[in-house]
Structure formats: C-alpha cells, structure tokens
Design a protein around this ligand. Structure first.
Ligand SMILES: Nc1ncnc2c1ncn2[C@@H]1O[C@H](COP(=O)(O)OP(=O)(O)OP(=O)(O)O)[C@@H](O)[C@H]1O
Ligand SMILES: [Mg+2]
Length: 294
C-alpha cells in the first residue's frame, strides 16, 4: 500500500490551517494510530528527527542527529561549511534519494508522526508537502505564469480560472505580484536575481506545501533583495513552517525563532534563537556565533 503523505500530514493547506489546528496522524502507521482529540492543542513538533546517521557512500555526513522542528516556526540551521546543513535539509523531502549511494543508516525522520523513509511513502507527494528553495534561484526557462503553474499542471490542474487565481495568490504571497503582473507571459529568466528568487518562492507556495526548506536563499542576493526575501519570510511564517540554512548570523538572528548549530555532522546546540546568540550553552556555539571560527 502506498502511504499518501497528504493523507497523513494535516493541516495541509495554509488557508485551512486556522480551522484545523490539530495535525492528524497516520492511521496507516502504528506509532501514530490515534487521531488527536478535537479541540486538543496543536502538536508543536512537525518534524521529529531521532538518532539520524546519514552516509554518502562510505562517508558519514550526519552523526546521531536528534532534533524536533516546530510547527509554524522559522528554524535556522547554522554552522561552518561542510557540517551537514544542506544534507539534513535534503533528508526532509528525500531529495538525497536522487544522489546515488546515499543512505539513512540509522534513525528516523517523522513528519506528523509518519516515518518518511518507510518504503511505502509516496515521495512525490512528500515533496509537494515539503517544498524547497535553493541557493541559486532556478526559474524554469518558461514564462512567469508557467513557472508558477508548472507543478499544478503536473497534478492535472489545467482550469484557466483556477490557475489564474493561484498565480496571483502565489505571486502576492511572494511579494512579487506588483512587479510582474503586467508581464506574466514573459520569461522568468528575464527577472532580476532577487525577483527570480521570489519567483521560486512563489512557485514553491503555489502547490500549498506545509513546510518550505530554504538553503541559503539570499546568498546570491544584494542587501536590498535580501531584505525583501527576509520580509517575505516574516510574512510566510504565519502560514508555513520554514527551515532556513544561512551563513549570515544576522539573518538567522533576524528571521528565525529557533536555531540549530551544527559542527562536523553533529548537532551541537538547538535552542531559541535569542539564546543561541546571546547566551549559548556550548562553547563551540559561542565561538561560532561570535565569529571566532568557521
Ligand atoms: N553529493 C555528495 N557526495 C558526497 N559527499 C557529499 C555530497 N554532498 C555533500 N557531501 C559531504 O557531506 C558533508 C556535508 O555537506 P553539506 O553540503 O551538507 O554541508 P553544508 O553544511 O551544507 O556546507 P555549506 O555551508 O558549504 O553549504 C561534507 O563533508 C560534504 O563534502
Ligand atoms: Mg550547504
């Protein structure tokens, strides 16, 4: 049986999140058999990583990671180059599956209690729920309109009025509508770098994901475009759970609620962002956030 992740990960639609605050868990998963009681407080943990070891071939990139990512919060991953931030991010929507020789050797990642590495999980559905924005903006060589509707068309959604509405809503959601509304039929590649990155965010939110993973989304942007993307993250945080990798300490401090510091494939410290930057418990965290290494 294929476990359709959409059937087990609620709330799915940002618009329905307000009416359905309680994530329902998978009836198909023994560990998550009991649906939450109506009116019960929303579970705060969206992604639950337990004792995760991850390998590229014989090389271990992640060591015993234990981390609980909270629902509708912004979580920042920080740490020196090569410490495993992108690797862990790509585990959340199984993008690492596309790299030959990779494996989760031990541990689990659960989203709303569902182990996403079970063989019966529908990976396409998972990637729809857990969208991704990359370091280098990567619009398709298509019109702005087609960039947004691409994923929807793959789902068989072709009704023009519906697509028009989603295009406008997504571009507004990505704070790009006013800049592009008169040129939706022009190529997405004709936009500035900052606009392209917001187009990619619009494309990610068009399919109404629950989680948006952002891997250094501003590293190729100038300060003005960076500020726009950061503003956008502040707006999106009310509707989505966001995990952002950044090398910019000020950015992590500005945009995130929780921060995880990694070093050499291990999670060193995970706490409220304010504590990580003002009162870290671990001396390695302190050395890193104060710029003494990395
Ligand atoms: N496709 C791959 N094949 C083999 N090893 C890889 C691959 N991608 C990453 N690694 C290794 O896994 C480790 C973690 O890499 P990762 O890209 O997750 O680090 P990172 O924290 O995102 O670094 P950066 O800040 O430079 O982006 C590194 O030792 C890296 O060399
Ligand atoms: Mg990286």
């Amino acid at each position: 049986m294929v476990t359709a992740v959409h059937a087990v990960m609620e709330p799915l639609s940002p618009s329905s999140a307000a009416e359905k605050p309680t994530p329902r868990l998978a009836a198909a998963q023994p560990a998550a058999a009991a649906p939450a009681k109506p009116g019960a407080p929303a579970a705060t943990h969206l992604i639950d990583i337990d004792n995760l070891d991850f390998f590229y071939g014989a090389s271990q990139a992640l060591h015993g990671i234990n981390l609980k990512i909270e629902h509708q919060k912004v979580t920042a991953f920080i740490g020196p180059s090569g410490c495993g931030k992108s690797t862990l991010l790509r585990c959340f929507n199984r993008m690492n599956d596309l790299i030959e020789g990779t494996r989760v050797a031990r541990g689990t990642i659960k989203i709303h209690g569902v182990d996403i590495y079970q063989p019966d999980v529908d990976v396409i559905e998972l990637r729809k729920r857990v969208g991704m924005v990359f370091q280098k903006s990567n619009p398709f060589p298509k019109s702005i309109y087609e960039n947004i509707t691409y994923g929807l068309r793959l789902q068989g959604r072709n009704k023009k009025s519906e697509l028009d509405e989603i295009v406008e809503r997504s571009l507004r959601g990505a704070a790009l509508w006013d800049e592009v509304k008169d040129r939706l039929d022009q190529s997405g590649l004709g936009l500035s770098g900052g606009q392209q990155q917001r187009l990619c965010i619009a494309r990610a939110i068009a399919v109404e994901p629950e989680v948006i993973l952002m891997d250094e989304p501003c590293s190729a942007l100038d300060p003005v475009a960076t500020a726009k993307v950061e503003e956008l993250i502040q707006e999106l945080r009310t509707r989505y759970s966001i995990v952002i990798v950044t090398h910019n300490m000020q950015q992590a401090a500005r945009v995130s609620d929780r921060t995880a510091f990694f070093y050499l494939g291990k999670l060193i410290e995970y706490a409220d962002t304010r504590d990580i930057f003002t009162n870290p418990a671990n001396p390695q965290t302190e050395a890193y956030v104060s710029g003494r290494f990395g």
